[in-house]
Write a protein that binds this ligand. Sequence first.
Ligand code: PAD
Ligand code: ZN
Length: 367
Amino acid sequence: MKSTAAVLFEAGRKLELHDVDVAAPKAGEVLVRMAAGGVCHSDLHVMTGHLTAPLPAILGHEGAGVVAEVGAGVTSVRAGDHVIPLWRVSCGECEHCTGGRPALCAAGLEVRRTGRLLDGTSRFTLGGKEIKHFNGVSTFSAYSVIPERSVLKIPDDLPLDRAALLGCAVITGVGAVFNCAKVRPGSSVLVIGTGGVGLNVVQGAALAGAERIIAVDLLDRKLDFARQFGATHTVNASSGDPVAAVRDLTGGRGVDYAFEVIGLPKTMRQAYDCLAKRGMAVVVGVSPFTAEVSVPVMSLVFEERVLTGSIYGSARPRHDIPMLIDLYRAKKLKLDELLTRSYPFEEINEAYAALERGEVARSVVTF
Ligand code: PAD
Ligand code: ZN
């Protein structure tokens, strides 16, 4: 079948809309008619060449849609079910999958590295030439073939544009707080970078009962959003040294947890430098594979500081996404406020330009 899709041919170019050919789902795969695709910075990293991925590819890894067709042997979903694609495929059986960290599964890394599905082939072609998948989900296509293991059924009454945000921004941000850092009630939390993912670290910290939540960004607009999501203090890093400002705000002590949600070694180091003794810095932002960050060794030893990272909210999506839906329904998780803009799919390049300009909290493209 034909499907309108946003194809990235090479880094530095804009996305191009094409009618690609989509093959039928094979055994263990599902054809999803996408309703909304989330506009995340991770796709932008690939567009700018900051992160590499096999190209040409159909990008997009956040989204929600409706199952159109299932391949042989699929049992967990059927046509008509509403689903969220999970952008890290997992085998379900290795030590990481059974140990509660499915995003570390080798299968997910392989699908990300090759741009192909689990059998080593692609379902997308254009003029007979192979087009790659992105993280096995490619949500920037009106129709996408996705492994059954990478779709999660959600309730029918959840608006699909809001549901889309759960698949990356929300689970990544809230999950980093709950699953990776395990933020304790009454603690102090710093969030550097309060875009779509960072705002979810802020609201995760508020849900976890942090007493002090300090948000740092370069844009006052983002700091306004951060306050709305639970930040108690804000620092605009364009007007001075954010590390000194955070030390001031904590009486010199530093924070218990610091999250970097941009992807720059400089801000990762800032997060680390803001820690109290026994504090933990969590890197969520992603950098080129060659990037490095250094820290003073004796702060690890004499102060027992921790520096770690979190992929996909260190989450078990099949457990965590239903919990996030319950929190949304209980009016404890802000999803409506997060979705600040919605673009027709044809305006996807404008949606990314607005993300680059820092205009939105999170936006989606709709089909
Ligand atoms: P975004 O563009 O919405 O947010 C980034 C924010 O950082 C913006 O508000 C910027 O204004 C702000 N910023 C930029 N530079 C600075 C600076 N020097 N100091 C302070 N603030 C600054 O992006 P996003 O929220 O979609 O994604 C954030 C990062 O998280 C990005 O690197 C993305 O690729 C990564 C990500 N990681 C995972 C994961 O599993 N670890 C998942 C999804 C996204
Ligand atoms: Zn993302």
